[in-house]
Design a protein around this ligand. Structure first.
Ligand SMILES: [Zn+2]
Length: 144
């Protein structure tokens, strides 16, 4: 079902608590999820949402990635996809549009061709960006 190989699950300190908080990729409302869950049915909009974190370190030409978790593209990662995520950390290449409810972090080695809607953006010197960026407008940019 999910074409992305999960090479790592992040253990960030805030995720070590009993319940993790995510934001639904469809309606944007808060979700409280057991640490062991990989997906959850949103109690607000009833969509099934993935909460998996993905690390992509090779070529992936897929139609889309949707998760309330985070996606990291390593320097060797080359992604052609539409992303709807919470946080995105990109050190490699991305061709596709991004909607991030959280933060997009772009390293100096990253290349992005696509439109980016994000709550927060951090770009290191050297990054190549080509697209329309809308930052900080939160859900108004995301629509549904
Ligand atoms: Zn929802």
């Amino acid at each position: 079902m999910n074409p992305i190989k999960i090479t790592d699950r992040y253990l960030m300190p805030e995720r070590l608590v009993q319940v993790r908080r995510y934001y639904c990729t469809h309606c944007g409302k808060a979700l409280e999820v057991s640490p062991k869950a990989f997906s959850v049915s949103c109690p607000h909009c009833y969509n099934r949402v993935s909460i998996e974190d993905h690390m992509i370190s090779s070529h992936h030409a897929i139609t889309n990635i949707e998760t309330c978790g985070s996606v990291a593209v390593t320097p060797s990662g080359d992604v052609r996809a539409q992303l709807r995520v919470h946080d995105l950390q990109i050190e490699g290449r991305l061709r596709g549009n991004v909607i991030a409810n959280g933060k997009v972090s772009v390293s100096g080695t990253a290349r992005i061709v696509g439109d980016v809607y994000a709550n927060r953006l951090e770009v290191r010197p050297g990054a190549h960006l080509s697209g329309f960026f809308t930052i900080g407008s939160k859900r108004s940019a995301i629509g549904n």
